[in-house]
Design a protein around this ligand. Structure first.
Ligand SMILES: *Cc1c(COP(=O)(O)O)cnc(C)c1O
Length: 515
């Protein structure tokens, strides 16, 4: 006899229905309506709400702590809880004055699309569990492959974000280029694997190397030029050196198409040429920048992206889709399957009989998968390509506008010209003596504190970049609510808090004689 629960014999009574969890559609609608009312209130009040608050963790934890009840919580009480969570204890990447990190606004149609995706609750791991969902995800992938100029047999899939998209691409690269059956035999069957990226590459490339068992040191960091682009001469040299030494297997170059610090776009044409000549996989990390190909004025910076073997990009960044939504594209879709397919006995299917299509669960590390593609698809359909092109271009124009204002104002210094939509600048007190020892160290300390004060202040929100040892304030505009007034206001806040922090922090030896 099989182990387990005792068999239910003829004396076992017939189970009565248990319906607590199955709300009737009218009740479902009422519940959803109250959520939508709250969402509307959030959208209405957003510009007046602080971007973030000066909260400490215990405070938020205490305010939101609830016992999970044995019976249902009353709806009024539950919605009071959600309202507090939403309006009192959240911060808002969709706020017009949020310009930090790379965090998109959240498209408006993306929200309801997510509700519908959850309502359907399909599993996009398998075609038969998500016929419409899989076909929509395929259309999303196809559309982006066309946008980037990849060929017809390109493949790809939605991911949780750029970290996972880059990981999937790099493992696919590893498996294709290493030259042995690495999926079954592991790393021990060959020499150490190495890949190349600039020293401005996002840390998720290091993490991918770690997750693949290569170790972070497998990422050869190539120095960058004054514009923070990979030095092509030094890339060529590093590859040649590894070739001469002959003790490692080189498999890929990661080009950054929009670095996270400054938005620098590596010379994709040159890197593509080198990869072709050296039989290396050409991967583009465009998590932040790649959607800028939709804007005709920004597209020329990405020349060569159409030659990529793989591209990672994030709809939840510069396509403004609500978190989370990343995407990876692979030039030859078959490579993706070769790297990820496993065939567990319990997913057997006779596809000749059923006529079913792609199983996304065979194309990446995830098995069960949600319908993230819907919010991307609905956003694209509801807005259309031109609205995206206009707004992406506008974000970049606002960043250039910010750079121009920074250059005009005596209390600020611009780090470098804007390439995409990131403006890096720092506060330099007008009366700070030039040429003193300790000046740079003080400016770093001062600007670090200014960033913290801005983030606690709530009127604006920016982050930082450390560029060749200097600490800069950094505004990254991937926000369709930001306008010139918000840019001006952010600079005003930085100037005001800068003057205040300078008063408190400046050491006596950096005070000029006339103060
Ligand atoms: C944001 C970012 C990543 C990581 O993407 P997530 O969506 O945060 O996982 C990788 N590379 C670059 C260039 C990025 O800007």
């Amino acid at each position: 006899m099989l182990q387990g629960m005792p068999a239910e014999g003829p004396s076992t009574p017939r189970p009565e229905p248990v319906t607590d969890l199955d709300w009737d559609p009218k009740r479902a609608r009422r519940f959803a309506d109250r959520t939508v009312d709250l969402w509307q209130e959030l959208l209405e009040r957003l510009p007046e709400l602080p971007v973030a608050g000066p909260w400490r963790d215990e405070e938020v934890r205490t305010a939101l702590a609830r016992e999970v009840p044995d019976g249902p919580m009353g709806e009024d009480e539950l919605f009071e809880h959600l309202r507090e969570m939403t309006l009192d204890w959240s911060m808002y990447p969709g706020h017009p004055r949020f310009m930090a990190y790379v965090s998109g606004t959240g498209t408006v149609p993306g929200g309801p699309a997510d509700l519908l995706a959850a309502g359907l609750n399909m599993n996009l791991g398998g075609w038969r569990l998500s016929p419409s969902g899989t076909e929509i995800e395929l259309q999303v992938v196809r559309w982006f492959a066309d946008v980037f100029g990849l060929p017809q047999d390109a493949g790809g899939l939605m991911t949780s974000g750029g970290a996972m998209a880059n990981f999937i691409a790099l493992k696919t690269a590893r498996d294709q280029k290493c030259g042995w059956d690495i999926r079954n035999k592991g790393l021990g069957q060959g020499p150490p694997l190495v890949l190349y990226a600039s020293d401005e590459v996002h840390v998720v490339t290091d993490r991918a190397a770690d997750m693949m068992g290569l170790g972070v040191d497998a990422v050869r960091k190539i120095p960058t030029d004054d514009g923070f682009r990979m030095r092509i001469d030094l890339l060529t040299e590093a590859i040649a050196q590894d070739r001469r030494a002959g003790d490692v297997k080189r498999f890929a170059v990661v080009a950054s198409a929009g670095t996270v610090a400054t938005g620098a776009v590596d010379d994709l044409e040159a890197i593509a040429r080198i990869c072709t000549a050296e039989n290396l996989w050409f991967h583009v990390d465009g998590a932040y920048g790649a959607p800028a190909v939709l804007a005709p004025d920004l597209k020329p910076q990405f020349a060569g992206i159409e030659r990529a073997d793989s591209i990672a990009f994030d709809p939840h960044k510069w396509l403004y889709v609500p978190h989370s939504a990343g995407c990876v594209l692979v030039r030859d879709g078959l490579h993706l399957i070769l790297s990820w397919i496993t065939a567990p006995a319990y997913t057997m299917e006779d596809k000749e009989r059923t006529g079913h299509g792609t199983d996304f669960g065979s194309m990446g590390p995830q098995f069960s998968r949600g319908f993230q593609a819907l919010k991307v698809w609905v956003s694209l359909l509801a807005h259309g390509r031109n609205a995206y092109a206009r707004r992406i271009s506008h974000d970049a124009r606002l960043a250039r506008y910010m750079a121009a204002r920074v250059e005009e104002r005596e209390e600020f210094e611009l780090a470098l010209p804007v390439t995409l939509s990131i403006c890096c600048f720092r506060y330099v007190p007008p009366a700070l003596p030039e040429g003193t020892d300790g000046r740079e160290a003080y400016l770093n300390e001062l600007n670090e504190r200014i960033m913290t004060e801005i983030q606690l202040d709530g009127r604006a929100f920016c982050s930082n970049a450390v560029l060749k040892g200097r600490f800069f304030l950094r505004a990254c505009i991937v926000n369709f609510r930001t306008e010139a007034d918000d840019v001006d206001a952010t600079l005003d806040v930085a100037a005001e808090l800068g003057a205040k922090v300078d008063q408190e922090l400046r050491p006596p030896d950096l005070r000029s004689a006339d103060r």
